[in-house]
Every structure is written in structure tokens, then in C-alpha cells.
Design a protein around this ligand. Structure first.
Ligand code: GLY
Length: 325
């Protein structure tokens, strides 16, 4: 069975009651030295397990964590069946697919793109913004122009399935402003540690389905959906970006780890901060995923249904996240 967020959630629901299960959905032996312990790649949502596997393959081959993150996220961006990331992502209320992405390395360098149209791999554009410019973020037409100048080609990102979904939504919401699909955005966030013990992270998304054209979520905002500090650890978010931006969530998670919290405790702290404002709204979801320098992993979400993939040692597994309410 192909693991998607939705069928994973169904499987998780059978276990029920907030009981945490470690469900191994695939495993792979990477070689004799697989258990060095430090190499790790993690990604938000069980459906992105192939991204974690790809990143881990890179790490095993001695590539650095930045390249591993890019390679892993590109797998999700290229997958037309992933309706929240890259090619096949659900469009905004005007039927236009706009993408946000960010990347950060162990030195503290960062790059991002926001509301970019027509380029399939925003994570690679974000990496080039980081490496080839003095800026951190490029947005809209400027981001696209930069991508085209750097060898990316323009493509139609709206698949037939996404177009049909948009047309159905449009029929039901002819004046559609703000009638977003709150649950339909399963952003990929990834963290990886390489064999030099260096940590990098990245995030990529098509954002909230049916959003107002021009809306930018948390994904390209450094400190919101992504933060890495090589002395401490890294964190990524998924879900309703507005709630993450308002609390500068990933930065908060990393700063709590700096104070001595475990990744799990830090994610729980940041989710509780959101819950103070979000408790009236059960339609939203936010999940954090964090890794510290000891390759310990933590994750927590507002509500049931969040999962993540971990590639470490000799196996890749999908884990159902703990949740608050
Ligand atoms: N977290 C993705 C978004 O809100 O766009």
C-alpha cells in the first residue's frame, strides 16, 4: 500500500487513543557501518518516507547534509501524487500553483523562495539563493526570474488531478476568498546530520490549498518553519503556517533545546504555545519535528494525525506523532 497522510492516519486511528506506535513501513540495510549512530534523515509525514530514504542514501555515500536535504525534498517535489508539495501541489483560489521553500546549513547560511510559480524544484532554487546571492529570500516573479537565469526551466505545475480538484472547489465556492482547505497542506520539512556531524534542514510546500493569490506561509520564513543551529539541533514545522509564523515556532523549538530540553520536550513546548491561541479551532493542525546533535528525534502536533519518517541505522520507519488534544 502506498503510504499517504490520509491512509496513514486511518491506520493510526485503528491503534487509537493517542497510543504511540512505531510502525515500520519499509526498511533497508545500508551496509556494515550503518549503525554509526549519528547519520540521520527525518521528514514530516509518513508519506515522505522516500524523501528520508533518499537523503539517507546521500549521507551514507558521504555527501553532506545540505545536499542530502535537497535530494530528499526533490523526491517529494517531483511526485505528482503529493498534492501539497511541488509538481501536483494544489493551487490557490485563482487556480495557480505557487510554491514556498527554504533551506539552511550548519554554518547558519539560509536561502528561500516565496510564492514562486512555474518552477518544479523550489528547494534547489532556495539553495542557489543561499549560495549565489547576498540575500536570504526571493519572492514571486523575482524568484522565478532568478531560477530561469540559473538554468531552471519553466513547467506547468498544475496536474490534471489538481486542476479537477480546484474546479470542484471553485463550483462550491464561487466567491471563494478565505475558504481555504485548512487540513490540506502537508508540507515536507526535513532535517539531516552527516558524517561530519553537520546538521542541515529544508522545507518545501505548495502551501494551503485555495489560499488567496500571493499568500505566503511559514515555509520560506527562517525561524518559522525551519531553524538550524549546528551547536544545538534543528526543527521544522508543517500545518497551518499562520500559527507557526505568529510564534516563530522552529526558532522557539531550537532555543528550548539550547536551554536543555530534549527534542520531544521542545516540540511539546512550542505546540502548547500555539494551543493557547488555536484551541477554539479544531480545523487547524500544526506539527513540529526536531533533531538534536545526538541524533535524538522529537515530534508533537496539536491534534491526532501527524506522522514522520526517520531514516537512521539500518531501517527507515514511519512514526505516529504524539499530540496535544
Ligand atoms: N506550513 C505550510 C503553509 O502553511 O503554507
Amino acid at each position: 500500500m502506498k503510504i499517504t497522510r490520509r491512509n496513514f492516519v486511518k491506520t493510526g486511528a485503528l491503534v487509537g487513543g493517542g497510543v504511540i506506535t512505531n510502525q515500520i513501513v519499509s526498511s533497508k540495510i545500508f551496509g556494515q557501518d550503518a549503525d554509526k549512530g549519528e547519520l540521520i534523515a527525518v521528514s514530516t509525514w509518513g508519506g515522505t518516507v522516500k524523501s528520508s530514504e533518499k537523503a539517507y542514501e546521500f549521507l551514507k555515500n558521504g555527501k553532506n547534509s545540505l545536499d542530502a536535504i535537497e535530494a530528499g525534498i526533490r523526491v517529494a517535489e517531483n511526485d505528482p501524487t503529493n498534492s501539497s508539495v511541488g509538481y501536483g501541489g494544489l493551487p490557490d483560489e485563482d487556480g495557480i500553483v505557487t510554491l514556498d521553500a527554504s533551506i539552511m546549513d550548519w554554518i547558519g547560511n539560509a536561502g528561500s523562495v516565496a510564492a514562486m510559480e512555474g518552477i518544479k524544484n523550489p528547494i534547489s532554487v532556495a539553495k542557489l539563493v543561499m549560495q549565489r546571492t547576498k540575500h536570504v529570500m526571493l519572492a514571486g516573479d523575482g524568484a522565478k526570474k532568478f531560477a530561469l537565469q540559473n538554468g531552471f526551466k519553466e513547467e506547468n505545475l498544475l496536474t490534471e488531478n489538481s486542476r479537477k480538484a480546484w474546479e470542484e472547489w471553485k463550483k462550491k465556492n464561487p466567491h471563494g476568498v478565505n475558504r481555504v482547505d485548512e487540513k490540506n497542506h502537508d508540507t515536507i520539512g526535513m532535517l539531516a546530520i552527516d558524517n561530519s556531524f553537520n546538521l542541515s534542514g529544508g522545507v518545501s510546500t505548495s502551501g494551503m490549498a485555495w489560499k488567496i493569490h500571493g499568500r505566503v506561509g511559514d515555509s520560506p520564513i527562517i525561524g518559522a518553519a525551519l531553524f538550524v543551529d549546528n551547536e544545538v539541533g534543528g526543527a521544522v514545522s508543517t500545518g497551518n503556517g499562520e500559527f507557526v509564523m505568529r510564534t516563530v515556532g522552529s526558532f522557539l523549538v531550537v532555543e528550548k533545546m539550547r536551554e536543555g530540553f530534549s527534542p520531544q520536550e521542545a516540540c511539546e513546548y512550542a505546540i502548547k504555545r500555539i494551543y493557547k491561541t488555536a484551541k477554539q479551532n479544531k480545523d487547524i493542525q500544526v506539527g513540529y519535528l526536531a533533531v538534536n546533535k545526538k541524533s535524538e528525534v522529537g515530534a508533537f502536533s496539536l491534534y491526532d494525525g501527524f506522522s514522520y519518517a526517520v531514516a537512521k541505522g539500518s531501517e527507515t520507519k514511519v512514526v505516529k506523532s504524539k499530540f496535544l488534544a
